[in-house]
Structures are given as structure tokens and as C-alpha cells.
Design a protein around this ligand. Structure first.
Ligand code: ATP
Length: 325
């Protein structure tokens, strides 16, 4: 297979052929003492596009990302990146670790360039790229400012630029949105999209479902070290039954008699909406019709598929219930 043409800022590395998978994990297990943090994980991540790595605290996300970097060796199983062993592929991977930290007395441009030189770039070229990246992300005026003189968000942006300055094919970001204000989060989203448009594979972990929903071609949900879901957002949404959410002060249990309705649930404590579960192929608009025929005028009516937060909670609750059984 041939990589998409590189037309973006980081174009020009001259690599032309790529293996099929950006990342492959086969039966990967990582233990800390008696505790299994990652449990027989299989993953095949296609090259190109943006993959969201989701899971509750302690699910094993960071441990998995560290194995992709070769920072941890798996106790069992095999990890391959871009078709080769991790150690050999490290120069083609960019990484933003969860624990942020650049040398605080270094200038922003030098901090970026330093990381790029560790990945094999010559210092002059590394500095040129560092400054171009800082310009591109509105930090050109801060190129010569020391990291300690930057705001937390700016320093995080600089660290992100350090992860990509050497033009990696695979970019791994551990919670890149954490600590950024909404404007910087929007900038980061645009940046990740632009990297993906250049043909790179982006893999990022996050606890913010909106980012995953908006950005990701594929999603992986981990819980208790095991993969609980892998697929597209639409596939994730199909994990839950179709349902309508209806806001009304009236008792809506009469909707149980409407064609295609599987169940009617009164608002849960703290929730404003009735939930009407629908069978496959049911026409949700019949619910509105039935309400109007009863003289009930809902103040809220939503037939949209469930959001990722709802799917995530259901997947994790199922994993917890399996763990407790
Ligand atoms: N070096 C270590 N020594 C012992 N236990 C560890 C170590 N690293 C991780 N763990 C444990 O492994 C489990 C998975 O941790 P990991 O950091 O991979 O989770 P995570 O999904 O990234 O969580 P979070 O969302 O909170 O960052 C946790 O229970 C953690 O305590």
C-alpha cells in the first residue's frame, strides 16, 4: 500500500510505502506484581485517521500507550508499530506523555528542537521546524521565551509540538486535552485533524467524550484492562437500544401501547426525561402523535441516538458487573 501524498507542513520525508497496520497488539498482557493492568489485549489499528482510546480511571490506557512506546515491555503477547518492533520504529512515533514536563529553563523553540533531535533530526532543521510550528500555532512571539515563562496551556501546546516536530507517522497523545481552555481545545482539535489529513495515525486517550465524538474515526473502550468495545461511533451507539427521550409533566405510561414500543421508563431521580425504548424499525414519530391525541404537549422530544457518554457508562457498568459476578 502507498501512503497518501504528503501535502502539509510536515511534508517531504520521502517515505513512500507503509505496512497495513499502524498498531498491532496480539494478546498483550501487562502485570504489576499480582495486578493485571492490561489483560490479553488485541488491537489492529489501521493507518491514517484518528483513534480515541477511552476508559475509566485505572482502565489500562496509559499502560497500553507506554507499551506502544516501548517504555514498558509486555509480560505476554506482541506489540508492533508500522509493521515492525517498537524499538526500531520509535523514531517514527511521536508521544505526548500524561505527565507533562519540559526542561523549564529551556526556550520554547529549543525545547521542541531538543526532542526532535533525540528522534534523529539535525539541530538546525529541528529549530527551523520548531519555529515554524510555533508560528503556525500562534506562539511565534514566544519562541524565545523559557518554558517557565509560559502559561500552563501554552507549555502544553509546546510539548505537543515537540511530539510532532520530527514528522512522525504515528502520534500517540495521552490525555492531550487535559488542562487546556476551550479555545486551545478547539485549536488542538483542528491540529489533530490537520495531522490526520497529512496521512498520520493519531491515537489519543481522553476522558472527554465530546472530543472523541467529534474527532475519532474509531474508538476503543477499555475497562479493567480488557477491551470492551472497538469500532466507529455509529457502532458504539448501536450497543444501546433505540429510544426516545421525552420531557413532560404528565404520566406517559400510556405510550407503552404505541406500536413498536418496547418499554416506558419514568424519569430517573435527577433526570428530567421519560425514556421510551423502541423496537428495531419502530417509527418514533408515533410517540408524538400519541401524545397529541391525549392532549399531552411534550416540552422536549429527542429521537437522536445515544451520546458517547451514555454508551461509555453502559459499557463500563457492564464490565463492572462482570467483575463483581
Ligand atoms: N508502575 C506501576 N506500578 C504499579 N501499578 C501500576 C503502575 N502503572 C499503572 N499501574 C496500575 O495499573 C492500572 C492501570 O493504570 P493506567 O495508568 O494504565 O490506567 P489509565 O486507564 O491510564 O487511568 P487514568 O485514566 O486514571 O489515567 C491502575 O490500577 C494503576 O494503579
Amino acid at each position: 500500500m502507498t501512503a497518501p501524498p504528503r501535502t502539509g507542513f510536515l511534508a517531504g520525508s520521502g517515505r513512500t510505502s507503509m505496512p497495513e497496520w499502524a498498531v498491532e497488539l496480539r494478546g498483550v498482557t501487562k502485570r504489576f506484581g499480582d495486578f493485571t493492568a492490561v489483560d490479553r489485549l488485541d488491537l489492529n489499528l489501521p493507518k491514517g485517521g484518528i483513534l480515541g482510546f477511552l476508559g475509566p480511571n485505572g482502565a489500562g490506557k496509559t499502560t497500553t500507550l507506554r507499551m506502544l512506546l516501548g517504555l514498558y515491555a509486555p509480560d505476554e503477547g506482541a506489540v508492533r508499530v508500522l509493521g515492525g518492533p517498537v524499538g526500531k520504529m520509535r523514531p517514527r512515533i511521536g508521544f505526548l506523555p500524561e505527565e507533562r514536563g519540559l526542561y523549564r529553563r529551556a526556550r520554547a523553540d529549543e525545547a521542541i528542537a531538543y526532542i526532535a533531535t533525540l528522534k534523529g533530526l539535525h539541530r538546525r532543521e529541528a529549530l527551523r521546524r520548531a519555529r515554524a510550528l510555533l508560528d503556525r500555532f500562534g506562539l511565534g512571539d514566544f519562541a524565545r521565551v523559557r518554558i517557565e515563562g509560559l502559561s500552563k496551556g501554552m507549555a502544553q501546546k509546546v510539548q505537543l509540538l515537540a511530539a510532532v516536530a520530527h514528522d512522525p507517522d504515528v502520534v500517540i497523545l495521552d490525555e492531550p486535552f487535559a488542562g487546556l481552555d476551550p479555545v486551545n481545545q478547539t485549536d488542538l482539535q483542528a491540529f489533530l485533524i490537520s495531522l490526520a489529513a497529512e496521512g498520520k495515525t493519531i491515537l489519543f486517550s481522553t476522558h472527554t467524550m465530546e472530543h472523541a465524538e467529534r474527532l475519532c474515526d474509531r474508538l476503543v473502550i477499555l475497562a479493567k484492562g480488557k477491551k470492551r468495545f472497538e469500532g466507529t461511533l455509529a457502532e458504539a451507539q448501536r450497543l444501546l437500544p433505540r429510544r426516545a427521550r421525552i420531557g413532560a409533566a404528565d404520566d406517559l405510561t400510556f405510550l407503552a401501547a404505541v406500536e413498536g414500543v418496547a418499554g416506558v421508563l419514568a424519569p430517573a431521580p435527577g433526570q428530567p426525561h421519560w425514556i421510551v425504548e423502541l423496537k428495531e424499525g419502530a417509527d418514533g414519530r408515533l410517540l408524538l402523535q400519541a401524545c397529541f391525541e391525549r392532549g399531552v404537549v411534550p416540552d422536549f422530544f429527542d429521537l437522536n441516538p445515544p451520546g458517547l457518554t451514555e454508551v461509555f457508562v453502559a459499557v463500563v457498568e457492564k464490565a463492572n458487573a462482570e467483575g463483581a459476578a
